[in-house]
Design a protein around this ligand. Structure first.
Ligand code: B12
Length: 213
């Protein structure tokens, strides 16, 4: 197993070659799905360092974009390792998307990969999605779970509007609503009337399994 603290720092430092070398070493060691999850979490923490540097004014939007590029490449490499241990039968349908006004999708894509590895059928409607897109897709596909991703503070308002739209369409009792991303908390979950919140995709998948079992 690689040193995840070093990986976190290398991502925070935007050291693309350093991150790549560590991931190559990791992949060569035939890691378990659990170890892969630890590496994904280290990457997530590395992005927090990037965010802190952005807030402090030492990194700029270009640095955020570069960080996103490094993490997207890392995720592509880690994805096949997330389901180590074998896939499972189809579990249920999840409609997943990033809410209106927000274009961040790296965390959403990690959650999607883990859901699929656990056997869920995932309909990913993409980024910056209006409440109506979640409602229509959930209705058409008889989804059990609607999963809302968002990292901006303003995404909370979009999540609330999406849940209100689900209720107006008569779907609120038929689906479980999960929210995730940097912006969510226990308070926001309660405030907007979601069923579950998490900043940890692996824990959220476990919760999702309880909804469909
Ligand atoms: C990379 C990045 C970008 C990239 C995004 C690229 C992409 N394809 O996603 C780019 C450059 C495009 C970008 C743009 C902007 N960004 Co930006 N960005 C980031 C950064 C550094 C990392 C985000 C990330 O990928 N994190 C890693 C992932 C893995 O973590 P995650 O999203 O939380 O996901 C995990 C969990 O939360 C969970 N999860 C995710 N979704 C879901 C959903 C469900 C249902 C569940 C259960 C779980 C779950 O699973 C994941 C794995 O465990 C963050 C800093 C931060 N700390 O988040 C800033 C940050 C989010 N950005 C910020 C800002 C301000 C912006 C811009 C406004 C900048 C600008 N001036 O233009 C724009 C906004 C554009 C828009 N309208 O959305 C601020 C937001 C501040 C705020 N409070 O609102 C942050 C926090 C930086 C900061 N500290 O100031 N950004």
């Amino acid at each position: 197993m690689i040193d995840t603290a070093v990986l976190k720092q290398k991502l925070g430092d935007l050291d693309e070659d350093g991150v790549q070398a560590l991931l190559d070493e990791f992949a060569a060691g035939t890691p378990s799905a659990e170890e892969t999850q630890q590496v994904v979490e280290a990457c997530q923490q590395g992005m927090e360092i990037v965010g802190e540097n952005f807030e402090a004014g030492t990194y700029f939007v270009g640095d955020l974009m570069y960080a996103a590029q490094i993490l997207t490449a890392a995720l592509e490499q880690l994805k096949p390792l997330m389901s180590a241990g074998g896939g499972q039968a189809a579990k249920g349908t999840v409609v997943l998307g990033t809410v209106a006004g927000d274009i961040h999708d790296i965390g959403k894509n990690i959650f999607k990969a883990l859901l699929e590895a656990a056997g869920f059928s995932v309909i990913d409607i993409g980024i910056d999605q209006a409440p109506s897109a979640f409602v229509e897709t959930a209705k058409t596909n008889g989804a059990e779970i609607v999963a809302l991703s968002g990292v901006l503070t303003l995404s909370i308002a979009s999540m609330k509007e999406t849940i209100e739209a689900l209720a107006a369409a008569g779907l609120r009792d038929k689906v479980k609503v999960m929210i995730g991303g940097n912006a969510v908390s226990a308070e926001t979950c309660e405030f907007i009337g979601a069923d579950y919140w998490s900043k940890n995709a692996a824990a959220a998948v476990k919760q999702g399994l309880t909804y469909v079992s």
